[in-house]
Design a protein around this ligand. Sequence first.
Ligand code: ADP
Ligand code: MG
Length: 352
Amino acid sequence: MDPALAALGEFGLIGLIRQRIQHRSPGTVLGIGDDAAVLAPEAEGELLVTTDMLLEGVHFQRRWGRPRDLGRKALAVNVSDIAAMGGHPRHALLGLAIPADGPSLEELEALLAGLEEEAERYGITLVGGDTCSSQSGLVLAVTLLGGLARGRALRRSGARPGDALWVTGRLGASAAGLLALERGLRPAAAWPADVPRPEWLGVREEAALQAAIQSHLTPVPRLRAGQALVGCATAMIDVSDGVASDAGHLASESRVTVRILAPQVPIHPGALAMARWTSREPLDLALRGGEDYELLFTAAADPRPILAAAAPDLPVTRIGEVSTGPGVPVLLHSDGREETLAGGFDHFRSPV
Ligand code: ADP
Ligand code: MG
């Protein structure tokens, strides 16, 4: 244990967290410091609640990135879930388990600064949490509460035959970034001397790999896009386990067939480079790599005018269609071949 952290103690650390907190969201009656936080319910709305954990060794390696980015990501992945419902994030809780072999107090402060930075960006107040020691790595478990007008939540179950399937952004970036980190590349660092560089990999490809690493370490939740799609999208999900898996959730919850047209799938340039480097299919990285945190949604009307106003720099691509049929996703290749789409990340099965 870092001596500075040991000297501070659990309650000292909680005190330090409490000091940093800025109250930004409406409805915070009482934040950190009592047995429970007190929140005032929104007058006309419904409450959204979500939680996502980041575990060292499962979701991240500490040596891969900066503690600040880890703090950002812990909140961002939860914001993505609120975005995928079309809601507004408001209040967060942070479960923090700290192993004896680090992080240091300085690193924890950077992590908390990253979390606060993200909280500020999205108007969130950290109102509580729990802090303990860990026997098995660093754990960040964020719970996020948010709000939404009554009955407006964008569920997974609303897709109807005749809707089109759309996705924001470009897919496969996070999986490519993860593979790059596993191969020894580091964010904003020169090519490592001990990693053989493929001769075809030029400046453009290296920049694309760096962008992919950034997507993996600090994903950007599509909050404004998600909120703008309320009233337009019929069903929505954020891409956390990979489109193959997440389109499957839309299909089964909506009891429809979701058909993805392979040539339409927008693939991130970092995923193209990484696929070449690892002799994989780019489409496989794009559809089965997880953690892109893009929005996958169905709509009867063209969502592009709405998204052009709400998130002008965010690409959106029509990648498929919804039809009657069993609740499964299928992939239609350019040669007319059709396959049931399976795979994506599953914690109890094989990794990507
Ligand atoms: P209790 O023993 O009643 O659970 P704690 O000592 O765990 O109380 O927490 C004291 C206060 O500090 C509570 O308001 C709690 O929500 C807050 N807190 C504890 N850990 C964290 C954390 N990691 N982030 C934010 N708030 C925290
Ligand atoms: Mg507690």
